[in-house]
Ligand binder design. Sequence first.
Ligand code: SF4
Length: 292
Amino acid sequence: MNFPIEYDEPLFRPPSEARSLIIQITLGCSWNKCSFCEMYTSKQFTARKEEAIFTDIEAFAPHTAQIKRVFLADGDPLVLSNDRLIRILNKVTETFPNLNRISTYASPSNLKRKSDEELRALKNAGLTLLYVGIESGDSEVLECIQKGETFETTIEGLNKSKTAGMHSSVMLINGVGGKLLSKQHAINSAKVLNATQPKYASTLVLTAHKGMPHYKDRYKGEFIELEKKELFEEMKLFMEHLELTETIFRSDHASNHLILKGILGKDKQKMLDQIDVAIQYSEQYSNVGGGY
Ligand code: SF4
């Protein structure tokens, strides 16, 4: 069978959406400034025409029985108006009646800009899971990486979506603030998670896709890369400050040197013990990532 639609490449989705149908409703990212992110730097942000989106959705109508999950791409579809988003969500749910989940990427600012009623309407229309790359909970780190968020906006955005009944999967970057901001990055990231209690949280290790000099150029401040042992120490400090009740935690992205999986709080001590072993043997540790 030929794939029924053509994507505007590059196309990204979270690892856990590997079995989902991906529908591009916007192209690129309207922000497109984060110093570590090269996902959409080749694209100009565009809101796709509704007609084209509906044609893509209808192309999968013959496969409706198999389609259980839909992921709306690219970077931040929630910049669209609610009216438009709800028409798209209705089209998705009408076409695929066996769906059990619609998800998308979202930023805290996207969420902050929607009213409580608008977020609830999106949830009621089927959008139940948001992937939110918060990267850090520390305002200084967020400024250096040009994220356009702060400690406060991140908490506000995440809690607004939670109040609307949506789940969130929060992503953080180990090492993103370098040596100089490592401690505050770890502690304030834990504080953001404690204040928002997300359903899922994960960490990945900073990867400079276009090389470290390029990352440093885009980083607004002095950046000194963490050594492997320091990355583990940052994870330890972060984990020590977490007070989560039932967050499913993963650090199994291919970039991670140490794979951690569990439920926080229940598995906190177990994960701390694993980090301690990694610190102890950090010199011998090879990159054993590749969980996806
Ligand atoms: S908001 Fe997300 S997609 Fe956009 S530049 Fe930042 S990390 Fe990349």
